[in-house]
Design a protein around this ligand. Structure first.
Ligand code: MBD
Ligand code: FE
Length: 281
């Protein structure tokens, strides 16, 4: 990867922070009681760790410097989505009967251009990577097809970079909203994404290095599936046997989300069928 195509922590952090500000619905939490309970318990949990591990002033100052750095690098969206969001998702969707969801992550862009039920995602001429046909059907929990459901997909390229967050990629590259046909069917031609390494040159990278962790997420497709009267599914799909499927830094893999593509009938690349089952809202 050349320097001009590198997604630095500062560049992708600033973009992710700005994108979050744009999409954020509201900062209001319902009541003072609720804020009091949550803030008090989070602060107490930190006190417990300090007492249990006899945290020193040196460590307290290191924490302070690091927290300041996360903000300066714009890495709060990354930090929160990698280490916290999976539990929010678990709680939010614990009562669903339909398809499993998982975290959204920091690199979603709303309102991607619409495409017909069979489409090729926007990509560069000679986009690197193994061609992948991702197809399936959207139904409700009774198996009734959901005509015209929206299947929004976004994913990294063969270098593990996301358009609109890494420099020099065309807008909407490997992003699109596919409108399912009258039987809820869709066929999306794309390329298989590469595993994703979160930026190592920013504050999240510093934490990873200091703790002796790794910075990798397995290769994944991001999806949001929506249909009127049904609960939005935000999910990701992974590839059987791929690196880091077993040790995703973002803890966002579930067994139901692992695809096992086979060689494509067309002779090039691979194909896989995955159906979405939507809970009523
Ligand atoms: C990603 O691509 C991602 O999906 C998550 C959750 C965190 C960092 C990068
Ligand atoms: Fe991602």
């Amino acid at each position: 990867m050349t320097d001009t195509t590198r997604a630095t922590a500062a560049a992708s952090g600033a973009s992710a922070t700005e994108a979050f500000r744009q999409k954020q619905r509201s900062t209001a939490i319902s009541s003072k009681e609720r804020v009091n309970t949550l803030a008090t318990e989070v602060i107490s949990a930190v006190h417990d760790v300090i007492r249990r591990h006899k945290v020193t002033y040196e460590e307290y100052d290191a924490l302070k410097a690091w927290l300041i750095g996360v903000g300066q690098d714009g890495e709060w969206p990354l930090f929160l989505d990698v280490w916290i969001e999976h539990v929010v998702e678990e709680v939010a969707n614990e009562n669903r009967e339909g398809s499993k969801g998982t975290i959204e992550g920091p690199y979603y862009v709303p309102d991607s251009p619409k495409h017909e039920a069979e489409t090729t995602l926007p990509m560069r001429e000679n986009e690197a990577g193994t061609p992948l046909l991702f197809q399936g059907q959207v139904t409700d929990v009774e198996g009734k097809p959901l005509a015209g459901a929206h299947v929004e997909m976004w994913h990294a390229d063969d270098d593990g970079l996301y358009s609109q967050y890494a420099p020099n990629l065309p807008e909407w590259n490997l992003r699109g909203t596919v409108v399912a046909d009258d039987q809820g069917n869709f066929k999306i031609h794309t390329i298989q994404p590469a595993p994703y390494q979160i930026p190592t040159d920013g504050s999240c990278g510093k934490l990873i290095a200091a703790a002796g962790w790794h910075a990798w997420r397995p290769a994944h497709l991001h999806l949001k599936v929506s249909a009127p009267g049904h609960q939005l599914i935000t999910t990701q799909l992974y590839f059987q046997g791929g690196s880091h499927v077993e040790d995703d830094i973002a803890s966002a893999v579930k067994p139901e989300l692992i695809l096992d593509p086979r060689p494509a009938a067309s002779g090039t690349g691979s194909e896989v069928t995955y159906n979405f089952v939507m809970d009523r809202s």
